[in-house]
Design a protein around this ligand. Structure first.
Ligand SMILES: *Cc1c(COP(=O)(O)O)cnc(C)c1O
Length: 374
């Protein structure tokens, strides 16, 4: 496997040329992702212009926002010489599944440490897919247990094999992964420059571990686009706080500036991202009427959203539009959800094939479950 440093589809390497030599990068997805204009919905909702950034189409096997992060993280894992990748998530985590899929594709053994979350069709589907893509699944009672179990496992494997597994944090978010989403922000600026989309005023995106919103904001800043990013929080206030956001911005900026001083070292990033806090509902992954209404509204237009992330972000967009504040704005909705249909692949995969602790997600009665981070 050769690590390509920046095919032309990645504008970060044109905007920040010194990063080309230094930023690990392995091509996994299909970029740039398309942008789409939705005039009828814009009229109905009272929005000047409404555009959708189709990151659901970011990968042939599996799309969504995690592909961009994994292009950097898994390249870093290759560079480290690791043969195994370890990561975390709630039982239905899209990040865990994306890591299983693309990790397997690059030849890694992938171990997932998964914590409880409310069960649903989506959670059951992702568990079956984790298994079918060859991931080794570990149940952990909570995030603390997941961390200590994983640390123990990593120490054991390092002793046994002499090579440390590569550990990816929750949500695939750290300063390095932010560069993958910074490329996404620059990609949007490039599409505006090429006339495929209007220069946006406001951008809505679902926020879990914040790497996506922060990366997009840094990319927009690097591309001199002044759009405001609304990061719609779908995880707890401790996980996605203003302080976590500001720290991630600073860490990412330090990392980027250490590679290339010409990009974002002097730009004031703080005012560009606003945390929208009213769409967490009763907890991560819980059903929420506003999100369900948003999912239904979008479906009528051919957009497949999910209730946990993109439905909440679209609900935030609809709510702000209803105040009239977006009437003369050019608005981008960033679709971060993979909408591949895995029905055929799932045919014949039995829940009994999963480790026993995951059986409860397939039983009729719902177990009491703690909130988790996706
Ligand atoms: C993970 C995820 C997000 C959130 O991304 P973060 O970088 O963790 O904030 C948004 N939407 C979907 C569909 C996701 O799977």
């Amino acid at each position: 496997m050769t690590i390509l440093s920046g095919p032309s589809a990645h504008p970060i390497f044109s905007r920040c040329p010194a990063m080309r030599e230094q930023l690990p990068h392995v091509p996994l997805g299909e970029f740039p992702t398309p942008v789409e204009r939705h005039d009828r919905l814009a009229r109905e909702l009272g929005i000047g212009e409404l555009w959708v950034k189709r990151d659901d189409l970011s990968g042939e096997i599996y799309g969504g926002n995690k592909v961009r992060k994994l292009e950097v993280l898994l390249a870093d894992a290759l560079r480290s010489g690791a043969h195994e990748v370890v990561t975390f998530g709630g039982a239905g985590s899209n990040h865990a599944l994306a890591t299983a899929i693309y990790g397997q594709r690059l030849g890694f053994r992938v171990d997932l440490f998964l914590t409880p979350q409310p069960t649903s069709d989506h959670v059951r589907r992702n568990l079956l897919l984790d298994h079918s893509f060859g991931a080794v699944m570990h149940h952990a009672e909570d995030a603390g247990a997941a961390m200590s179990d994983a640390a123990e496992y990593v120490a054991l494997r390092t002793r046994e094999t002499g090579v440390a597994p590569y550990v990816i944090p929750y949500g695939g978010t750290n300063a390095l992964a932010v560069t993958g989403m910074m490329d996404a922000g620059l990609e949007l600026v490039m599409q505006a420059f090429q006339g495929e989309i209007s220069v946006p005023d406001v951008l809505f995106v679902a926020a879990g571990s914040l790497g996506t919103a922060v990366g997009i904001a840094i990319g927009l800043a690097a591309g001199e686009c002044k759009a405001e990013v609304r990061a719609v929080r779908v995880t707890s206030a401790e996980v996605a706080s203003r302080q976590v956001l500001d720290t991630l911005v600073e860490d990412a900026r330090d990392l980027i500036c250490a590679m290339d001083t010409s990009c974002v070292c002097t730009v004031d990033l703080a005012p560009r991202v606003r945390l929208v806090e009213d769409f967490y509902g009763a907890g991560y992954g819980t059903p929420m009427p506003e999100a369900e209404a948003a999912v239904a509204r979008a479906r009528a237009l051919g957009l497949t959203l999910d209730g946990t992330y993109t439905g909440r972000a679209f609900a935030a967009l609809m709510a702000e539009a209803a105040t009239g504040a977006l009437a003369d704005k050019r608005v981008v909705f960033w679709d971060t959800f993979d909408s591949h249909d895995f029905t055929e692949r799932l045919d014949g995969i039995e829940p009994a094939a999963l480790p026993e602790m995951f059986a409860r997600y397939f039983m009729g009665a719902q177990e009491p479950v703690a909130p988790a981070l996706g």
